[in-house]
Design a protein around this ligand. Structure first.
Ligand code: CA
Length: 125
């Protein structure tokens, strides 16, 4: 009977050791991963149909280029002109005037309904 109990104990110990060895988790290397973010990674869902090539951002009044851009304003009141191209224009905070210019543009206001839209084919107040 004693030999039987020792055999059972050894079997259990072996099982525990095998399970401990199989639960080892390999390193993820997450700390070594780097990925650049572009305009298409940063655009909001409302601009999903647009293929953007650059990000233009500013805190004061400014005009973007003729490319298809993610145009982002800051927290203050601004006059933002997106220029040519199919742009995604984000006013940010403040009482902004967003001018999409030529092209099929999506303009997103401040969420308060006070943004002025000019030449924007799609607007989000
Ligand atoms: Ca603004």
């Amino acid at each position: 009977m004693r030999r039987f109990a020792v055999a059972i104990a050894l079997a259990l110990l072996t099982t525990v050791l095998v399970q401990a060895a199989s639960n080892a988790v390999p390193g993820s290397l997450a700390a070594e991963r780097a990925q650049a973010l572009g305009a298409n990674d940063l655009k909001p869902a409302v601009c999903a149909a647009l293929t953007l090539t650059a990000v233009v951002a500013g805190a004061g009044d400014f005009t973007a280029t003729a490319a298809n851009e993610l145009v982002a304003g800051g927290p203050a009141a601004q006059n933002i002109v997106a220029g040519d191209g199919a742009d995604c224009v984000l006013g940010g905070g403040g009482l902004d005037t967003l001018d999409g210019g030529a092209g099929v543009d999506v303009c997103v206001g401040n969420g308060l309904g006070t943004t002025v839209f000019v030449d924007c084919e799609t607007t989000v107040p």
